[in-house]
Design a protein around this ligand. Sequence first.
Ligand code: XIL
Length: 479
Amino acid sequence: MIDTPRTSHEPRTPGRRGRSALRNALVVGATLALAAAGTVTALTGTASAASTLAGAAAEQGRYFGTAIAAGRMGESDYMSVLNREFDSITAENAMKWDALQPSRNSFNFSTADRIANHARSQGMKLRGHTLVWHSQLPSWVTSLSTNDLRSTMNNHINRVMGQYKGQVHSWDVVNEAFEDGSSGARRNSVFQQRLGNGFIEEAFRTARAADPDAKLCYNDYNTDNWNHAKTQAVYNMVRDFKSRGVPIDCVGFQAHFNSGNPVPSNYHTTLQNFADLGVDVQITELDIAGSGSSQAEQFKGVTQACLAVSRCTGITVWGVTDKYSWRSSDTPLLFDGNYNKKPAYQGVMEALGGSDGGGTTGGTDGGTDGGTTGGGDTASCTVTYEQTERWGDRFNGRVTVRAGSAPITNWSTTVTVSSPQKISATWNGTPSWDSSGNVMTMRPSGNGTLAAGSSTSFGFTVMANGNWNAPRLGSCTAS
Ligand code: XIL
């Protein structure tokens, strides 16, 4: 990996499939461009997928996802960070029972479809959440008789999984079916009351038939500490399912942590013990109340615990930005309300070995050096891309350049288009070109001063010539 000090890479790749192939292609392309230009100053560095959460996780063979709220999809900063940083999406609410089947046999997929379509258009994975859950369940379900409830549950699974068949990598088939506390008992939900213990098994069998390619997960919270009764109860259920051939592929750990429920020191043990039953494990709804280096250490520790378990296939955080978190007063996420990366972000990147982690890569010490995760105050900038218009032969793109935690006086960044695409116009910047004409280096038109955290943008028109791929951003360099 080529390291460029005081530089932050924020590539926007056209899709997440073959991400490292793309990165390699970009590195090769940039190298060729350098050779052709005969200079090493024409470009500011090679874009590296490892400067985003998804890119760095992909280098470790994992996905890095987030929950998203359909109602926020019109906000451009929200979408830029989503598209830049994550390669898996969970609908925060849009695939729950009350959203999809608000009244009996009347399904409404429009909002969930928007989320699924966005994931597909970005080459992102989609996590399905959730089919059978006592919460966000319409009241008409709770008044059904046993037989009606059984057929209704199976019908719901079939219809919803059918709608997204082939698109969902993992489904939370059953969510939160166990009690908290020391009893280890099943939760006294309407499903449990009417259908008994067997409802969980029945839901998984129905789900397997509905979409044989989706991984089927049991998902819960407070199952992180190996010594807790609830953890043991879920473990025993999964062991029983595996021994009897009940189809289950994964266990989701929601991972909503706060000071009363901190990341347990035996988290790795818990994940490994479940994995040893022959299921994948996934961190599915991660958020951790707090701030600063203590929050960063905990995020780092959770990430390290996942990386230490080969069957821990990915991490999903429960939202993009603190301001829209379901518990926003806890500021539990990786981006603050202005979409700045928090120390928590750096903590995750340190664990993933990404290039935004303050230089500490591959640490295995359980997160005790989280104090190095502050943003620093050297000049830096990040870049994000979005398409703003599209016509039959061309599209317009906008790149937003944002200063990091220190003010900057100048910046430059690169935009690479794929032949036979050609950039035919630019505005709000001063472009220069490599000899291939595919790599544009953009600098400010006039004064490049930006206050800490503030942004400017430039635009350009790409003649598609049949290729509609999004341009790739290189690094942003600031002084
Ligand atoms: C939460 C959402 O984040 C909120 O917007 C909603 O009001 C309530 O549900 N466990 C889960 C998630 O499995 O679906 C929950 O999501 C958080 C707890």
